[in-house]
Design a protein around this ligand. Structure first.
Ligand SMILES: [Ca+2]
Ligand SMILES: [Ca+2]
Ligand SMILES: [Ca+2]
Length: 141
């Protein structure tokens, strides 16, 4: 499946990541269904989860700061109650939500640290890095 990679918070122009919408089925394939659907499992409960981003979302009044929402799968489907909303103002997520960051403009998932739980890499193409205005950043959550 996913080859474990070691990634730390990196600042770079986020160009190699996929689009801002990740949808993964929370439905487990059955023997009668030979279709294999990749599933991201962010909380490690064996049930697929769904992550989607809104990179133009206001965060604490800051335009286009961007945020990510993860909805966790349950035995009866994806739950609207069981979710996490993550922005750069969320504790444990590096950086600060600022206007124009576009956190979530690019996302990709894999088990980057090899702990058996899927992680998500989130690009912020409008992130200022030192004196590099809009240099872009990537956080691995
Ligand atoms: Ca899960
Ligand atoms: Ca920021
Ligand atoms: Ca992991």
């Amino acid at each position: 499946m996913h080859k474990p990679l070691r990634l730390a918070l990196a600042t770079a122009t986020a160009t190699a990541l996929t689009g801002g919408l990740l949808t993964f089925s929370a439905v487990t394939a059955t023997a009668a269904d030979s279709t294999h659907v990749p599933q991201a499992d962010f909380n490690g409960d064996g049930i697929g989860d769904v992550a989607f981003s809104a990179d133009s979302a206001y965060v604490n009044g800051r335009s286009a700061a961007g945020q990510l929402v993860v909805r966790y799968g349950t035995k009866t489907g994806v739950s609207s109650a069981k979710r996490s909303t993550i922005s750069q103002d969320t504790a444990g997520n590096p950086g600060t939500a600022e206007a124009g960051d576009h956190f979530g403009a690019e996302t990709a998932y894999a088990d980057f640290n090899g702990d058996g739980h899927d992680d998500i890499a989130v690009g912020s193409p409008g992130e200022d890095v030192g004196s590099d205005q809009d240099g872009g950043g990537i956080a691995v959550l």
